[in-house]
Design a protein around this ligand. Structure first.
Ligand code: AN0
Ligand code: CP
Length: 321
């Protein structure tokens, strides 16, 4: 695997899930694989889980790890070509990428949507430059449009906790005070469409996800109706994807607190498990009662980030040979 951004990069999903379970049973099984190999994790944005779980995954595989926070201690990077660099940015990405790549074997990058241009975000302007100019395998640690390490961990969690062969999984939009990217719901939709689940998306009008991720998934605008009989409820806020109205891209169109996931909606589910990628704002996205309930999976879900990252780094190391 040279690039990890999509469910397709894993090939057979059942085999990938089997590999995840194998690694979960013995996470140090491939300790020799990463000997004298270095993973560089580059963060343009904040992180708790991705930072720690990916470092842990690299250590499980016997790798060395370097973590760089671009905005804390590195030079500020210009990302546009042709700019006269007389402002606050001291270095260009076009030099920084090959320099950083020269110190490592694998590169992980976190670079969120900037909401300046839908085209730039959806063309993955930053990550594509890392792929093109680093000469090293690149894995996405939440880019402008996708968060595959999260979705893989979500799928592992659903596999572990499902109580029927083909569970009903509902992705619901929930309110949030600030504009958030679409990366988590985009990837979640992409991965659920590829998995053997009955998948439904619910959100207020205007929040339609980009069709390249939503695919043929069922969209139900009535949240209560969507929740009926659900086995898993996956909550997330996202800002307007700009599918129907490009001028609204990145805007907060609704703060309707009736969408906050509470016991009222959970009551019509099939005693559903609650999921969220974290970090979560309580009593905006989900009430205290629901996130603290025995059906909440937010902690095991976050713990599975170590497993998804170990599988992905293992496959990238194998491809180096
Ligand atoms: C980010 C997002 O919504 O994409 C990261 C989630 C993993 N969340 C925030 O910025 C709060
Ligand atoms: N879920 C997730 O990616 O969390 P962080 O933003 O803390 O890495």
């Amino acid at each position: 695997m040279k690039v990890f951004r999509s469910v397709k990069d894993l090939g057979d999903l059942n085999l990938a899930l089997q590999e995840a379970m194998e690694i979960k049973a013995d996470r140090f099984k491939y300790q020799e694989l990463g000997k004298n190999k270095t993973a560089l994790l580059i963060f343009f944005n904040n992180s708790l889980r991705t930072r720690l779980s990916t470092q842990k995954a690299a250590m499980n595989l016997g790798m060395n790890v370097i973590v760089l926070d671009i905005n804390q201690g590195a030079w500020k990077l210009e990302t546009e070509r042709g700019v006269v660099m007389d402002g606050d940015k001291s270095e260009h990405l076009l030099e920084a990428i090959p320099v950083m790549a020269s110190y490592c074997d694998l590169i992980g990058v976190r670079s969120f949507a900037r909401f300046e241009s839908r085209e730039d975000d959806y063309n993955e302007k930053i990550l594509e430059q890392f792929i093109q100019y680093s000469g090293k395998p690149v894995f996405f640690m939440e880019s402008a449009t996708v968060h595959p390490l999260q979705s893989f961990a979500d799928l592992i969690t659903i596999e572990e906790y499902k109580e029927s062969k083909r569970p009903k999984v509902v992705l619901t939009w929930a309110p949030h005070p600030k504009a958030l990217p679409q990366a988590v719901p985009n990837s979640f939709a992409e991965w659920m469409n590829a998995a053997d689940v009955d998948f439904v998306i619910t959100h207020p009008e205007g929040y339609e996800l980009d069709p390249q991720f939503a695919g043929d998934a069922k969209v139900e605008y009535d949240q209560m109706k969507a929740f009926e009989g659900a086995d898993f409820v996956y909550a997330k806020n996202w800002s307007c994807p700009g599918v129907t109205r490009p001028e609204d891209y990145g805007k907060v169109l609704s703060q309707d607190m009736s969408w906050t996931v509470s016991e009222r909606q959970m009551a019509v589910t099939n005693n559903a498990h609650f999921m969220h990628c974290l970090p979560v704002r309580r009593n905006m996205i989900v009430t205290d009662d629901v996130i603290e309930s025995p059906r909440s999976l937010v902690i095991p879900e976050a713990a599975n980030r170590e497993i998804s990252a170990t599988v992905v780094l293992k496959r990238m190391l194998e491809a180096l040979k």
